[in-house]
Ligand binder design. Structure first.
Ligand code: SAH
Length: 398
């Protein structure tokens, strides 16, 4: 097994639970051409520190699997971790939720691996190729544990790229089940949703916004709602279930808008949605918000849940500027509550909240912060870099 050496400072950080080593942090020369997928770290006193996954093709080359003592990485080890992860999520099932995250990577002891459950389908997403040697063992274990009908493999872009064209694995591959279609149906807080787990964004649905969607349902009665970056209509379905007066959706992707309509019909089959109750606007959110402003349209409840504006650290300043601009444009059409969210992991919570407040201020509006929210229980975050989801509820004044 590959043995890597790192600084004492990084050893201390890892001892406290930080799970990563990047290539530039490695201090020894490594043997070349050895196709290993595991590595170990000993501390400066030559005591065992960590066993982890090794990925020589990635800058993030080491991810901690086990701290302090060496362990055999086998089905028993995976089972233990899976059971701990399941216990945390137990209460979700009682709430009428069959779509949720079962394993949230590093935070549940499976570094670089996400497992999402959509009722009878499991979606396993890999962020490192180091998992491939364990893949058969893992998907069989997961399938049996949940008695799933289908297990689908999703690969992060860098993993797909590193595989080349001859690989046995590909993004969207059905590892178990008949795999006729990527569409699955599941429940969230008693509401029904469709997701395309093969082609859809993330693993098919933005499971991480479940708590905010629930909050919107509680707040929606008799409100006019603007759902910006609506994707497959999660917030819209909840708002309508909560008795809102109307919803306007904005998204640049026609496929997302179409899926949203399907989700609406699935939940309210007996209702027709006349244009004054439900409208979709396809196009760029900034442009459409400017149009709504010029038409002097106002909404009681405005949701801004954009894609990650900062794809890496270099884009952080630009992203903060965009969050401020978006909050300004949102506040300009809000006559009640604004929900602003960010899923950029390179933007810290306080930086995001400051940008949002700056944006609202620059619209010449007063505001009162009502709440800030982070991660739901099925998206635990055990180290700083894992906190990516931030949201703020702000009451917008005149
Ligand atoms: N709120 C959603 C998730 C949003 S994902 C939910 O709860 O499920 C981000 C969405 O923003 C995607 O659907 C994407 O198509 C859309 N999008 C990205 N850039 C956009 C832009 N400039 N204008 C409008 N929509 C955009």
């Amino acid at each position: 097994m590959i043995k890597i050496e790192i600084s004492k400072t990084l050893q201390d950080k890892i001892r406290k639970g930080y799970p990563w080593v990047f290539k530039y942090q490695i201090q020894n020369r490594l043997p070349e051409g050895k196709p290993e997928n595991m590595a170990v770290i000993y501390d400066h006193n030559n005591r065992f520190l960590a066993l982890g996954l090794w990925d020589s093709n990635s800058d993030l080359c080491f991810r901690v699997l086990n701290l302090r003592k060496s362990r055999e990485i086998n089905t028993g080890f995976f089972m233990e971790r899976l059971q701990s992860a399941k216990i945390i999520r137990e209460e979700l099932e009682h709430e009428g939720t069959t779509g949720y995250r079962v394993i949230n990577g590093e935070n549940d002891g499976f570094p670089g691996l996400v497992l999402d459950r959509y009722e009878d389908t499991l979606v396993m997403k890999l962020y490192t190729a180091s998992w491939f040697p364990f893949l058969d063992e893992l998907y069989e274990l997961f399938q049996k544990e949940f008695k799933s009908q289908q297990v689908v493999l999703r690969l992060a872009r860098n993993v797909s790229k590193s595989l080349g064209t001859n690989s046995t694995y590909r993004d969207g591959q059905v590892l178990y089940g008949d795999g006729n279609s990527g569409w699955v149906q599941f429940k969230e807080n008693g509401l029904k949703f469709l997701a395309d787990v093969v082609e859809g964004q993330k693993t098919g649905f933005f499971l991480d916004q479940r708590d905010n969607r629930l909050k919107i349902r509680e707040m929606a009665r008799d409100q006019t709602v603007l759902n910006v970056f609506s994707y497959s209509g999660g917030f819209s379905v909840y708002a309508l279930a909560g008795g809102c007066r109307s919803v306007v959706e904005v998204d640049s992707n026609p496929f997302a808008l179409e899926t949203s309509l399907r989700n609406l019909k699935l939940n309210f089959p007996e209702k027709s949605f006349p244009a004054q109750k439900f409208t979709q606007k396809e196009g760029d959110a900034f442009r459409i918000l400017a149009e709504l402003k010029s038409e002097k349209r106002f909404f009681d409840l405005v949701i801004l849940d954009p894609p990650a504006f900062a794809k890496n650290k270099k884009h952080k300043a630009q992203a903060l500027e965009a969050y401020a601009r978006l909050a300004k444009a949102g506040a300009e059409v809000t006559s009640g509550m604004l929900l602003a969210a960010s899923c950029s992991r390179h933007v810290q919570a306080n930086e995001f909240y400051d940008a949002v407040c700056r944006g609202i201020g620059s619209a010449g509006k007063k505001y009162k912060e009502i709440a800030r929210r982070g991660h739901a229980l099925d998206h635990p975050a055990t180290f700083a870099e894992a906190f990516y989801l931030k949201s703020a509820y702000l009451e917008i004044g005149p």
